[in-house]
Design a binder for this molecule. Structure first.
Ligand code: ATP
Ligand code: SF4
Ligand code: MG
Length: 321
């Protein structure tokens, strides 16, 4: 097993009170496996990714266990933590501007990252080879004029160009686990599928494990082996994509699957889920999905369900108690 997350909880301190953004989520990822975290906006997908790379803001508190290839991630400090980020794990952020240092030219920061990786691995650093790898990485993400782009500062690039630089960086760094938070949202529709394919290729070619974060079930379906469906910070369902899509168990997963654009639905209308996710500072008691659930029972308004194993999956719903 490469990644093992057990009982992860993350809460944010806010002026309105404590916001429990992740409530006891478990997930394991094998080497070469890809998992997609799916769910509506605000359900805690990015928080989950940031916790794994240890990049939560100062108002966040976390508990639980995160183990990556034998490393106790939540206990890493100083140099170990810097070496962990970039070498063991690499994150493509949802907001491309967060990914690059604004005061350094693109070539300088990409070379620095490669140098750091080589030193941590105890290998010699060859700048000419590193530069060649970076140009190849940029060519791999279909970046026109890579050498011109490399001489620019981040503010001289468009959002789509920055996102391609960051994905190229992942191609060059080859981390054990790549976390891609909505990696194509800043890109043109025409290049989105190509980029998803490239990331999928990393998995095949280098045995890299990938954690995709997306609200788009259709995109996730094409690239992931497993789905982690989250609702309001909780694991709703976790299992192989085919099982989850063909026979979803949790009523929220059923609703998400029904919202996947269907070729047979000629009017192109998406079925949206009635209602909206709860206020996370004072979520409803019991199951957090209960105000929107078509299968709600009395117990759902009182007691929060535990995650249980059912039909090759984990599901958190009183229907399966
Ligand atoms: N720094 C922060 N301080 C306080 N609350 C935060 C912070 N970051 C996120 N949150 C809250 O935590 C919850 C989860 O947010 P998160 O960004 O993880 O969701 P998400 O699933 O990635 O959403 P999206 O699809 O919109 O990117 C939300 O209610 C959000 O408002
Ligand atoms: S626990 Fe109850 S409210 Fe929650 S998803 Fe299951 S049936 Fe619906
Ligand atoms: Mg997000």
């Amino acid at each position: 097993m490469l990644l093992d997350v057990k009982g992860l909880r993350v809460s944010y301190r806010t002026v309105y009170g404590n916001l429990e953004a992740i409530k006891k989520v478990d997930l394991s990822i094998e080497k070469g496996e890809s998992v997609a975290v799916v769910g509506e906006s605000g359900c805690g997908k990015s928080t989950f990714g940031h916790a794994i790379v240890r990049l939560l803001p100062p108002n966040a508190k976390y508990e639980g266990k995160v183990n990556l290839d034998g490393k106790d991630v939540l206990a890493l400090k100083g140099h170990e933590l810097r070496a962990y980020r970039g070498n063991d794990v690499f994150m493509i952020f949802q907001d491309p501007l967060n990914s690059l240092n604004p005061v350094k030219r693109v070539d300088v920061q990409m070379l620095e990252a490669v140098e750091m990786r080589e030193r941590v691995a105890g290998r010699g650093y060859d700048e000419t080879k590193a530069y060649k790898d970076i140009v190849e990485g940029l060519t791999g993400v279909r970046m026109p004029d890579p050498e011109v782009i490399l001489r620019r500062y981040p503010h001289e690039l468009s959002g789509g160009q920055i996102q391609r630089v960051v994905i190229a960086m992942a191609l060059v760094m080859k981390p054990k686990l790549l976390i891609a938070d909505e990696p194509t949202s800043a890109l043109d529709v025409t290049i989105q599928a190509q980029v998803m394919k490239l990331i999928g290729g990393l998995k095949k070619e280098y045995g890299m494990s990938v954690l995709f974060i997306t609200h788009d079930m259709a995109v996730a379906y094409t690239v992931a082996d497993k789905f982690l469906v989250m609702y309001a910070g909780e694991l709703s369902e976790l299992g192989p994509v085919d099982k989850v899509v063909s026979t979803p168990l949790h009523p929220y997963t059923v609703a998400l699957v029904n919202s996947i654009p269907n070729k047979s639905r000629r009017d192109g209308e998406l079925v949206s889920i009635p209602g909206s996710p709860p206020n996370m500072i004072s979520p409803p008691p019991g199951c957090r999905f209960n105000p929107r659930c078509p299968k709600v029972m009395d117990i759902c308004r009182i007691e929060s369900p535990e995650a249980r194993e059912k039909d090759e999956r984990m599901v958190r719903c009183h229907l399966y108690d």
